[in-house]
Ligand binder design. Sequence first.
Ligand code: HEC
Ligand code: HEC
Length: 225
Amino acid sequence: MKKLLIGIYILIMIGIVFAIGNSNLFDNENSKAIAAGEKVYNKNCLICHGETGKGEGKNAGTALNNQHFLNSVSDQDLYNYIKHGREGTAMPAYGPRLSDKEIKNLTVFIRNWQTEKIDLEAPKSITGSPENGEKLYSLYCLSCHGEAGAGILKMGPALSNPQYLKDTADSQIWIDTAYGREETRMGPSLKGQEGVRQLRKQDISDIVSYIRSLEQNNAPSKTAE
Ligand code: HEC
Ligand code: HEC
């Protein structure tokens, strides 16, 4: 009996040592990916998104090191944004320039900037009136995001960009609009947040419906002229 107990004890110890060893191995892999991603970032992205990722680069780039942004996107979203870029804006598509591994390492590097877990909630179903949304957009958003979401350099990114709309869920547009992005010009719009706009939830859904409607306007027209 005693021997059996000792045997079990040894097995458990081996199990624990193995588990710890394994998690170290994983951490190692992760820090390797972060270091590799940082190199690619410094070479390709720093000039626009900035040394600390707050959008302070020499050229126009948004803040990626931003807790609201990082809490609203998945790793897959980040990967898609980097791979596909946004044609017609300053953001190049890196699919043709970097390997899949390099883009994944970049994703791990950017994710490593996330230091907080913030619950940003969007309504389960986002439907609304694009007409009312357009009115609100013209009042509250156009000054930075431009006519029909075309974007204004160094003021606000393009919202009508087809690649942006393709890679971005309604819930994320809702969250960006409602909660804004701390320490950027993009302040919160939801009533009760410290923002200037104080919109109701339905107003924000209306604006999202309007932004989503810009997708069709943007599609290359099938009938010539
Ligand atoms: C020439 C400047 C430039 C370079 C170089 C650049 N970006 Fe961007 N990036 C931008 C701009 C500008 C936007 C916003 C696009 C818009 O106006 O709609 C953007 C958007 C993004 C977004 C989406 C952010 C959001 O708020 O939705 C990610 C992620 C991103 N860039 C990552 C990268 C990474 C990673 C690299 C390097 C491999 C990189 N970018 C290189 C200018 C740049
Ligand atoms: C004072 C200028 C300003 C105003 C007004 C403003 N925004 Fe923004 N918005 C920005 C900037 C700057 C960013 C990019 C922040 C960053 O660097 O991450 C942004 C980002 C966004 C994004 C994320 C875009 C992306 O590429 O991921 C959405 C969605 C958005 N704004 C919607 C709105 C809506 C809707 C309104 C009106 C209710 C509005 N904004 C009003 C400046 C503004």
